[in-house]
Ligand binder design. Structure first.
Ligand code: ADP
Ligand code: ASP
Ligand code: MG
Length: 439
């Protein structure tokens, strides 16, 4: 049996005609690359605007009663340039008119947002001479808005395996009533993983603008090392904590089937990139720390009550108050008489009064302390469990850099150590940790 590769290309890889030509060359250089998942055109230069962002703007302008024709015209012109330079026949005007009509008719923002990948994939399919398969016909959500895995895997598998090749738009699928629903931002990575799973691919290639998962954010650390091999678990940890190269949910569909993911660079296609699998290849040498990632925008709510440990269900009731208000907790470090609940600041602020009132009424704590503007940083590595002194090294690195640690959380599996620092110290902390912890 021939191998099957599913290849997803991100926004910068498809930002203009010259990038699309590079992508076509990559696709054609290996006949195993049978299914291609395309994003919408992304940024061509640093202050350029992604097509997806412009589509959201059109919807918002219409909602605010403003004219969105100038924004829509800019979108149309970007596609027109691509079509012209690729030398293909494509009726962009009817596509744009359909978007305009639907926005005016009052569709949800998911529909216009999805058109970036829809149009781009049709253009790429035409350029390659391959069939286009609309994601709305093969990716299904339930009426609760969650992916209907079994229906999707079956239908997408049947439809695609009957074709030698196909181009599929990323980022969206359809609800039971046929309307469009998107994944969260960056969701074409998830589509790529779903398609790989549906056709039972041998490999899921994720082509982007860096040569793999780097051991720290390249916008903060200068030329961080490429992680050549990483496990699904470590990757999930890093991407959830902020290593935005791959959507945090993209590991799930392929992980269950053991399909490896290979992150590759469209602008440097000979680089091996990062290989993500269930376990590391035998006899590779690995240091304790695989990578460092983080995010800003957290708030810690510290609840103190003497003898709290003796009060059964205190922690559970505290967490329930947050979940009851639709605010999921991110971390929950505990002391003898304290529990801190670390949550997304924006989510917390919208429910702040309700949450604090419930904590006071239901749990009667001695003190509640709120610390805003926290950044959480994770140092991740499966080797940490077998290496003594990793935590000491971490605390020394931050102390030497004059950074105050405001929260510490270590999972019992010792896969990661998470520290909270002031948002203002975030970049400095990442650099200090990178220098001290990775080799
Ligand atoms: P695409 O458009 O291909 O989906 P993204 O912009 O979503 O690409 O993701 C790639 C970007 O992720 C890189 O250009 C880089 O700036 C950023 N990034 C953040 N953290 C990391 C990391 N640890 N490793 C690699 N890239 C990272
Ligand atoms: N185009 C979408 C976004 O900008 C999805 C993606 O690029 O993965 O979020
Ligand atoms: Mg992305």
């Amino acid at each position: 049996m021939n191998r099957i590769i599913t290849a997803k290309f991100g926004g910068t890889s498809l930002a203009d005609a010259s990038q699309i030509k590079k992508v076509a060359a990559i696709i054609k250089s290996n006949p195993e690359r049978r299914y291609v998942i395309a994003s919408a055109p992304g940024k061509r230069f640093s202050d350029d605007i992604k097509i997806t962002d412009m589509l959201y703007t059109c919807h918002k302008q219409n909602e605010d009663g403003k004219d969105f024709s100038v924004t829509l015209k800019r979108i149309s012109e970007r596609y027109a340039d691509i079509i012209h330079e690729l030398g293909i026949e494509f009726d962009i005007d009817s596509e744009i008119k359909a978007i305009e009509k639907n926005i005016i008719a009052g569709v949800s923002s998911d529909y216009p947002a999805s058109r970036g990948e829809y149009i781009n994939s049709k253009i790429i399919a035409k350029f390659l001479g391959w069939p286009f398969v609309d994601a709305s016909e093969i990716i299904f959500f339930t009426d609760k808005g969650v992916l209907d895995e079994s229906k999707t895997f079956t239908k997408a598998g049947e439809r695609l395996l009957a074709l030698e090749h196909a181009v599929i738009p990323g980022f969206y699928g359809s609800l039971p009533d046929g309307s469009i629903k998107t994944f969260s931002r960056g969701g074409s990575d998830v589509t790529g993983s779903i398609i790989a799973r549906s056709v039972n691919a041998d490999l899921y290639e994720n082509w982007t603008d860096v040569s793999g998962m780097l051991s720290a954010d390249p916008r903060i650390v200068k030329s961080p090392k490429v992680i050549e091999n990483i496990t699904y678990t470590e990757l999930r940890e890093l991407s959830y904590m902020g290593a935005s190269v791959l959507h945090e949910d993209a590991v799930f569909p392929v992980r269950k089937a053991g399909i490896p993911i290979n992150i590759r660079n469209t602008n440097s296609p000979d680089d091996n990139g990062t290989m993500i699998a269930a376990s590391l290849p035998k006899d590779i040498k690995r240091s304790a720390v695989t990578g460092i990632a983080g995010r800003k925008g957290f708030t810690s709510i510290r609840v103190e009550k003497s003898m709290m440990n003796g009060e059964s269900g205190f922690g559970a009731r505290l967490l329930y108050i947050f979940s009851d208000n639709g605010v999921p907790f991110e971390h929950c470090p505990t002391g003898i008489d304290t529990i801190s609940v670390v949550v997304n600041s924006a989510m917390f602020e919208s429910k702040r009064e309700d949450i604090l009132r419930s904590i006071k009424n239901e749990l009667n704590p001695d003190y509640i302390t709120i610390e805003k503007n926290l950044a959480a940083i994770a140092v991740v590595g499966e080797g940490m469990i077998s290496t003594k002194g990793t935590a000491a090294k971490l605390f020394k690195a931050l102390a030497d850099a004059g950074i105050n640690i405001r929260m510490i959380d270590q999972g019992s599996d010792e896969l990661n150590i998470i520290v909270g620092v002031d948002e203002g110290d975030y970049e400095k902390a990442i650099r200090a940790l990178y220098d001290a912890m990775t080799d």
